[in-house]
Design a protein. Structure first.
Length: 121
């Protein structure tokens, strides 16, 4: 495997782990109407990150790849937003995990934003 292929596989695994970790984290949130709405949105966004990254890796053209990466950036950033809402609304008692997941979402957003920028040069 080339370095690029290894990086791609590691990123696929990382985005899948992020989605699973979000799902497990959401199961620990305080049970209320608001948390069920926020959980739904966060799970949708976080699982979309990995799904769209995988789709980007299978893209048939540069424009299709770019389009999928744009979606990944949006969904990763949306995940950050919902994690901030959870924090601001005190919906979690596990602040360490909340911070870890938020940092992971930010890192994934940065990686994908960099990828997107390299395609527009």
């Amino acid at each position: 495997m080339t370095e690029k292929e290894i990086f791609i596989e590691e990123l696929k695994n990382r985005t899948r782990k992020f989605a699973v970790d979000i799902i497990l984290f959401c199961n620990s949130l305080i049970k209320c109407k608001a948390s069920s709405v926020v959980t739904y949105q966060l799970v949708k966004a976080s699982t979309s990150v990995g799904a769209n990254y995988r789709a980007a890796c299978r893209a048939r053209s540069k424009s299709e790849f770019f389009s999928k990466i744009c979606i990944v950036v949006e969904e990763a950033d949306e995940s950050v937003y919902w994690l901030e809402i959870i924090n601001d609304a005190n919906l979690s008692s596990d602040l360490n995990e909340l911070l870890r997941l938020k940092n992971e979402a930010i890192e994934i957003t940065k990686i994908m934003t960099t990828t997107k920028k390299t395609l527009t040069k």
